[in-house]
Design a protein around this ligand. Structure first.
Ligand code: 6PG
Length: 254
């Protein structure tokens, strides 16, 4: 039986991005070959940028059926979609503007809405309409949800100690994050854990302590410890810099 979790330690940030692209492209091919559509949620922050750039560069020669891919977002900051800090803006600049995506299949998360709760409910309805799980008892299954991890172990905009970590009904929620002094919109764990594939991409020396705490110590207080899909696969891709404190144990275990 295929293992439910796979960890890859890559030599460099670029190699980690290449591995992430390999996983994303495989998920797209599998989904489109079986259902003629693929539903992906992209990560925020800066870690995914090299992967987006590789996907975009490969898009003009590769075999990815870009027009069959629906793009959603795992979380969004409380800024307009053309703001430099917007996760949508990052994906647009590095991927959507360069790859032959179907723009009608790109669903920005309205992180700057005046009524964030109403906007979160609306985004959830869009996910239910497009991805499936039309009734409130069935959770939509993304083919792949891509996540980064903060230095504090947060994923998407799910931060340690947040009540959203115990949310078991809403699939998309909004919260004003005290630690940030900012409001965020985010997918919640029920939606993340319903995915067929979750890809956690973590690179850089500044993440080494948290990779050790999350991957080796298994610190359950960290949101990054709660993203393993219920019936899917968790892919963890790190570079050697981020794995500096964990690489020996990772190699022993896998
Ligand atoms: C966000 C992200 C967040 C991000 C981590 C890592 O909106 O900030 O969704 O969860 O993935 O904070 O950020 P970096 O990739 O910039 O280190």
């Amino acid at each position: 039986m295929e293992k439910a979790r796979a960890i890859f330690v890559e030599e460099s940030q670029h190699a980690a991005a290449c591995k992430a692209v390999e996983i994303v492209e495989a998920a797209i091919h599998e989904a489109v070959n079986s259902r003629d559509v693929c539903h992906i949620a992209l990560a925020g922050g800066t870690t995914p940028i090299p992967a987006y750039q590789i996907l975009a560069a490969r898009s003009m020669t590769g075999s990815i059926p870009w027009n069959r891919v629906n793009f959603f977002f795992g979380d969004e900051r409380n800024v307009p979609p053309d703001h430099i800090e917007s996760n949508y803006h990052t994906a647009q600049r590095e991927l959507f503007d360069k790859a032959p995506v179907d723009w009608s299949r790109v669903y920005p998360m309205p992180g700057d809405a005046a009524d964030l709760q109403a906007a979160a409910e609306s985004y959830e309805k869009t996910i239910r309409r497009v991805v499936g799980g039309g009734n409130e008892h069935e959770t939509p299954h993304f083919d792949l949800i891509m996540l980064g991890m903060g230095c504090d172990g947060h994923v998407a905009s799910l931060f340690e100690g947040s009540p959203l970590l115990n949310e078991d009904k809403k699939l998309v929620a909004a919260e004003c994050v005290t630690m940030l002094g900012r409001c965020r919109m985010t997918m919640t764990l029920p939606l993340i854990k319903a995915a067929h594939n979750v890809l956690l991409l973590v690179t850089g020396e500044d993440k080494a302590e948290m990779v050790y705490q999350a991957v080796i110590k298994g610190d359950r207080s960290l949101p990054a410890m709660h993203i393993k899909p219920n019936n899917g696969k968790l892919w963890i891709v790190v570079d050697k810099a981020a794995a500096r404190l964990a690489v020996d144990e990772i190699e022993q275990r896998h």
